[in-house]
Design a protein around this ligand. Structure first.
Ligand code: G3I
Length: 302
């Protein structure tokens, strides 16, 4: 196959991309995105600040621009994200305790109801664990509502849209030896044992010199899959875009039957949140980088 999406589809997987609504008028951007990818994640537009700028007043204008572009072009959509410490609107940042807990529940219901039956996977909870060696939860206003906030989010999400796969999504959880990975593993294991509705784990995979790719990523994916959840690479970018590292990540997903697919976090280097790292598959002029060919070759079984 000659495109990333079609090549991934040979094994029943997708190859996705983060899309920014503000770039949908850029024809170089949209022609690459439409040609190469068959799954879309909104880079910012489905986040809490975008979708509920005032409490109880939902605004899906930017989110729907991304959603409609994706569906009109035949792509599935990953929802990102419903409960997160970051990109909260001011009104939510100022809440605490039971009113914040209720606001989280109301937010999940409001957004999932708007997209009911239309989203393949939802990142229900994003980035809830602390960096470093503690293995602890990240301190946040949501965490301070009680340690059960994550399972409440998942139970709320299951009731709101039983058709969506419900994912927990985080970064620096790709290396099996990291404390954060183990903490996330123990949470998923506990959720599965107690019947908390979780279907998938997203490994963001923002690799750079501070948190480099390690070949034990495949072990991590396998170990989570063995708990009975699907896994996905959800926000892939690699500082310097090493072809061999890109191919290794793709091959790790292909090696795990429960790995649903890979999403890269932007189209061209200039679209990246870390543009100076040149971490993506396309140059600023839209031409393919060496890493693109490495990924396509891996997806084609090479
Ligand atoms: O839209 C405003 C614009 O109106 C304003 O003029 C401009 C000035 O700063 O800011 C614009 O908003 C920015 C937004 O991106 C859209 O470009 C925000 O400041 C900026 O903080 C925001 O950054 C996003 C970041 O999440 C915020 O946490 C990145 O685009 C986005 O790529 C990044 O994505 C996250 C995932 O959601 C979760 N995992 C990590 C990943 C990378 O940080």
């Amino acid at each position: 196959e000659s495109t990333l999406g079609a090549a991934a589809a040979q094994s029943g997987r997708y190859f996705g991309v983060a899309i920014a609504s503000g770039k949908l008028g850029d024809s170089t951007y949209t022609s690459i995105a439409n040609r190469e990818f068959n799954s879309v994640t909104a880079e910012n537009e489905m986040k809490i600040d975008a979708t509920e700028p005032n409490r109880g007043q939902f605004n899906f204008s930017s989110a729907d621009r991304v959603y409609n572009w994706a569906v009109q072009n035949g792509k599935e959509v990953r929802g990102h994200t419903l409960a997160w410490h970051s990109q909260q609107p001011g009104w939510m940042q100022s809440l605490s305790g039971s009113s914040l807990r209720q606001a989280m529940i109301d937010h999940i219901n409001g957004v999932m109801n708007h997209y009911k039956g239309k989203i393949a996977q939802w990142d229900v909870v994003n980035e809830a664990f602390a960096d470093g060696s503690s293995g602890a939860r990240r301190d946040s206003n949501l965490q301070r509502t009680g340690n059960d906030w994550i399972e409440v989010a998942f139970r709320t999400a299951r009731a709101a849209d039983p058709s969506a796969k419900l994912c927990y999504n985080d970064y620096n959880v790709e290396n099996w030896n990291w404390a954060k990975t183990q903490a996330m593993y123990n949470m998923v294991k506990d959720f599965k044992s107690r019947g908390v509705p979780i279907d998938c784990v997203g490994f963001q995979s923002h690799f750079n010199s501070g948190s480099p790719y390690d070949s034990n990523f495949r072990t991590t994916l396998q170990n989570f899959a063995a708990l009975g959840v699907d896994v996905a690479v959800t926000e892939l970018d690699i500082q310097g875009a090493s072809s061999s590292t890109y191919a290794a990540v793709v091959n790790d997903c292909l090696a795990v039957s429960r790995c649903l697919g890979v999403t890269v976090w932007g189209v061209r280097d200039s679209d990246s949140w870390r543009a100076s790292d040149t971490p993506l598959l396309f140059n600023n002029d839209g031409s393919k980088k060496a890493a693109y060919s490495a990924v396509l070759n891996a997806l084609n079984g090479g």
